[in-house]
Design a protein around this ligand. Sequence first.
Ligand code: HEM
Length: 443
Amino acid sequence: KPSTIPGLEPTTQEDGNVSDINRAGSLHEFLLDLHKQFGSIVSFWIGKEYVVSIASPELFKEHQGVFDRPPSLFKMFEPLIGPKSIQFANKSDGRARRHLYDTAFSHDNTKRYYQTYQDVSDELAKKWSSLVKEEHVPLSVHMFAYSLKIALLTMFGESFANDKDILEFRRCYDVMWAEMERRLTENEPEKDSPRAKAFEEALKKSSSLTSRVVKHRRDNPPIQGQELIIDLVIKYSDGDDELLNSDAITYIVGGFHTTGNLLTWAFYFLASHPEVQEKAFREIKKELGNKEVDHTNIDDLPYIRQIVDETLRCAVVAPFAARFQDFESELGGHKIPKNTPVIHALGVSLKDEKYWPLPNKFDPDRFSPENVKTRPPLSFQPFGFAGKRVCPGYRFAYAEATVCLVTLLRKFKVKLVDDQVVNPVHGLVTHPEEEIWIKLEKR
Ligand code: HEM
């Protein structure tokens, strides 16, 4: 045993505890069980690799300065985001990229995206208005269309404003993402199999869409201070097109898949908790009247923020992050062998009964100012917490979700279609197993 950390012996030499993870349904559910059994620091084996997982504010604090991410745990996403993606960049390269790229999502720069959030929200509101009464609406289809359009417009610019390209990108993306999720539990497909070919074709098409945007941005550089993430990636990659494509797709994937799911879960919770929906509506009416939400008044909507926070917690939108150190270290009084991946079990800590009684209950009041004061800040870290490498898009996600919620909730009551069983699937991001169907009533 490489350390004194409690946990599992490998079930088989070859797979370690992979069969146990598959049996649990997902890494998140496996970790929920393991931490319940052994405490806030645990160990297990993925194949022949020894892995540690932590899930408490105290242990998170000890890891707060660690930047490097273990490449092995996210390897299966390499075909989609490319080996040179920021996801895999460590040390000075990773830090330099984050330093540059983060400027696109700084507090000041996020202000300029509000108009896009609003325009795309208005488009969706118009579509909802045109639906017939009692029509069944596929919630995640609508939320993903919304979040993809926003991601492409704000990160790639207006040259991607064409709905045909957005739909084409979406189609490619669905093929690629479905293949990535299959690879979590199945082997890679044979080289020339239909599955492999479909993946390659989708990747080629989406890359050619990206290349067109890059050419357009190179030919029409933005004025200083107006750079989007794509311009900063072009700058950093300095002619390395593989890096350029990798980081461009990483930001689109990071920005659209997560927020699409956040909004899907938010509307699902609101539809199943009409009293919360009414309270949100009253706040919007009282604080904004008919005004749009923007950076000057978003803080006047604390209850909407509570709903977003409770959605991130209760749905566990992103269940984990991870770090490693290339030297022997100590954590929770245990020695950690060098290069051991340490999972930050964000999702396990978001369901810790010590801080979240009845953890599966959706209750935005957990985030009232009085209740927030009773918990350590590291008990709620849905965007990660370590090494100045938290999710770069957290401000973006809050603002995008708020504009969408305000625009739609002030115009519609959202209800669930009866008799649905909604089950979460916890991959790298948590999504519903099947489509969630809603009905709309005009206010
Ligand atoms: C509900 C919304 C979101 C959630 C829950 C979420 C969650 C996360 C988490 C947990 C990480 C790992 C952090 C770590 O390693 O400590 C991460 C990384 C990342 N996120 Fe997000 N994210 C969201 C939205 C976004 C948005 C809107 C963008 C783009 C603007 C984005 C882009 C990224 C990127 C590029 C990384 C990797 C950064 C790096 O390697 O340093 N995410 N996100």
